[in-house]
Every structure is written in C-alpha cells, then in structure tokens.
Design a protein around this ligand. Structure first.
Ligand SMILES: C=C(O[C@H]1C=CC=C(C(=O)O)[C@@H]1O)C(=O)O
Length: 386
C-alpha cells in the first residue's frame, strides 16, 4: 500500500529558504539544506567539479545538490546541499489541484513595454536578415507590485497544475526566491540513460478543443515554427553526439501541451558514453541552447546583452539537481518569476527568426506569462496592460 501525503502538508514545512523541485515522477523537498558556496565560475565544468567535491564530502550518500544556475554562467549559482532530502515518488501525493493563491497586486507593468518589445523584435529580424545569426530569443518581464506574495500558495498551485512539467522554488541571495514551472528538460541522466527534450515553436492554449486542435495542426505545418524548432534540435544533436552512445533523435517533432501553451517538442534519448559525463557536464554541452539564446550562440548572446534592457539573472538559466554519482535532471529556467521585496517579476521570451512578426511574438510572450498568472487572482491581470 502506498502511503499518501498531502502536498499541501509537505509545503507547510517549506519556506522560501528551502529548495523544492518536482519532476513528472518525483518530488524533492529540501527542508534540511545548507547553501553550497560555489562562487561565480567561468564554466559549468568547474561548477560541476565543486559540486562533486561538496557531494563527496557530505556525510550522506543520499545527498543531492539542488539549485539554479544563471543564464550567464559566469554569474553566481544559487545551490543548496540537501542532506537526507525528502524525495517522494509522486504517487505518494494526493492528486487534488490547488486553488489560485490570493493576494493583492497594486500595479502590473511590462518591462520593456509591449511597443518597445515589438521594436526589439523588428530590429532583430533586420539583423537576422543581414546574416549574422539565424535565431535569437528575446524576452520581456512583467513587474507585479504587491505588498506581500504568498510563496507557498503559488508553489502549491504550480505543482498541482503542471504535473507533466518541472516545478521549482529556489532561494536566492537578498531574500529573493525563484519560482516556476518549466516544460523543458535540458538533460536528465539516470544511470546510463540520457534524455533531453528540446522545445521551441509555440501557440497559446485556449482549452477550446477545436481551437487547440487547429493550433496544434498548424504548428506541425508551420515552416516558421518548424525552422525555429529544428535549430534547437540540431544544436542538441551536434553537441551531444560526440559524447554519448546510441543517440536517437526523432525525424519530426510532436506536440506538447502545457497548462497554458502548445509546443513543438522532440524527445532525444542516448546512453552515457566512454567519458561517463555527469548530468551537469552534459548540461554544460548544451546550455544555453537556441531555445533561450539563439544561433550561433555567441552572436545571439551578445545581441541579447545589447538589446534587452534588463538582467535575465536566473531566467533562461538551468535549474535542477545532481547526486554524487552524477545522476540528475536539469531543466531550462522558463515560465518563472522572482519574488522580491516589492513583489514579483515574471519573465517570458520568444524565439525570433527571419519570418517573425513583432506583434505575434509579443502575444506569445504574453501567453507564456500565463503559466505564472494562472496561479494568481484574476484581478492581477486587470492591474496593467501587457
Ligand atoms: C524562452 C521561452 O520559451 C522557449 C521554450 C519553448 C518555446 C519557445 C518558443 O517557441 O519561442 C522558447 O524557445 C520562455 O518561455 O520564456
């Protein structure tokens, strides 16, 4: 007999100081954890080395390191060593879906504004046409001003409404918290098995069956979205290829439904090669993929640094866990927000290619905010134009 827990009861023990990471199959609740002080390094390879040292030094062979690594990997990671972590198979949880979190928001502002974002897309399309890159992912934020943000209630909603995705809550410096529900698995290593699930190409999910079926069919035929998707899959294939065995990449994508979006998705599988790379070393081969940066990576990265008027921080980075054997899961840090002293900042990006239409890309980022907004009172969306 499986003992069932209420996720809500588990969450009651959790504060913004603790790590939480829920995959489609298991949940890590790190209520006994300590910060692993890994400074900003030049590469994920050195973060991996330091993490392995900390894991081997831990007096617990079940210990895992859980946390987030920024988009710009030269910046400070936010990692916690969870010793004796509570790791439950999701069957152990009751299925009940949580109600929306209740709180008052005073103002909601898009930064950059929608108009500015469209101008950024327009400028990037011109740059792509000139040939310096084929794709760049541009993002905007939604600043939600609120006197207090109910972290646990938001997390409970996200964890119970995104059961095919990855829900996370990671403490950051300055009493800030990263919170989100990502659909995109960057890399998973479990023993010899490796899985990656690149996602790119999107439509808004409406929950009107005929409309969603038409959007899914349109996505599967859309030259623009298939191109955007192929750029990511090809990069993943090229990066993993020399380091793994039995790499399998389906010839065409499938459709993935999240709570608020419909995506083109490809599940890539492989086996650990001679080098037996850890999950973070495998992530190092991939991050940042063209699902959050662009192609070629360097040109896209520098275009993003120049054109986006805010610091991405942990958004578009990676979030996950790893154990001392190198097994672990790292997901792309999207569909997320950062809780801070004056409210919550949400982040959303969209892949821009030669045929992108600025207004459509602005709508797409608006739809992607919805994963987080769904967890909030309806009134929040009436507090500003976005
Ligand atoms: C950058 C984001 O999504 C990425 C992942 C899936 C689909 C995407 C797209 O269709 O543009 C993006 O590449 C985001 O949600 O902020």
């Amino acid at each position: 007999m499986i003992t069932t827990y209420s996720l809500q009861q588990q969450l009651q023990k959790l504060s913004t100081k603790h790590v939480f990471f829920k995959t489609p199959t298991k949940t890590i609740v790190g209520t006994a954890c300590s910060a692993v002080n890994i400074p900003a390094c030049h590469s994920l390879a050195s973060v991996n080395e330091r993490m392995m040292k900390a894991l081997h030094a831990a007096d617990d062979d079940q210990a895992v390191i859980v946390g987030a690594i920024p988009f710009d990997i030269t910046k400070q990671p936010a990692l916690q060593l969870a010793s004796h972590p509570q790791i439950e198979a999701n069957e152990a949880y009751e299925e009940e879906r949580a109600a929306k979190a209740q709180f008052d928001a005073t103002r909601v502002t898009s930064y950059p504004s929608r108009t500015k974002f469209e101008a950024m897309v327009d400028a990037s399309v011109k740059q792509i046409k000139q040939g310096s890159m084929t794709k760049v992912v541009l993002a905007r934020t939604l600043e939600i001003e609120a006197p207090s943000v109910p972290h646990r209630e938001l997390l409970h909603y996200l964890a119970t409404h995104n059961d095919k995705g990855y829900t996370y809550s990671i403490p950051l410096a300055n009493n800030e918290t990263l919170l989100g529900a990502s659909p995109e698995l960057l890399i998973k290593r479990e023993g010899n098995r490796i899985t990656a699930n690149p996602i790119a190409g999107s439509r808004k999910r409406t929950y009107v069956e005929a409309v969603d079926a038409a959007s899914a069919a349109e996505l599967m035929q859309s030259a623009k979205d298939l191109h955007e998707h192929r750029i990511v899959v090809e990069m993943v294939k090229q990066a993993l290829g020399p380091h793994v065995k039995n790499l399998h990449v389906p010839a065409s994508p499938s459709i993935l439904y999240t709570d608020s979006m419909i995506h083109l998705s490809t599940v890539v599988t492989a086996e650990v090669g001679e080098e037996a790379l850890s999950s973070l070393e495998l992530a190092n081969l991939l991050h940042p993929t063209p699902a959050v940066c662009g192609q070629p990576r360097e040109a896209a990265f520098s275009a993003i640094q120049k054109i986006e008027p805010f610091d991405r921080g942990y958004f578009a980075g990676i979030v996950g866990y790893m154990d001392a054997a190198g097994n672990g899961e790292w997901v792309v840090t999207i569909r997320c927000g950062k809780i801070h002293a004056t409210g919550l900042t949400l982040y959303a990006g969209a892949g821009i290619v030669e045929t992108s239409v600025p207004a459509e890309e602005a709508c797409e980022t608006g739809a992607k905010f919805q994963t987080m907004l769904n967890a909030m009172p309806e009134e929040v969306t009436t507090k500003g134009e976005f």
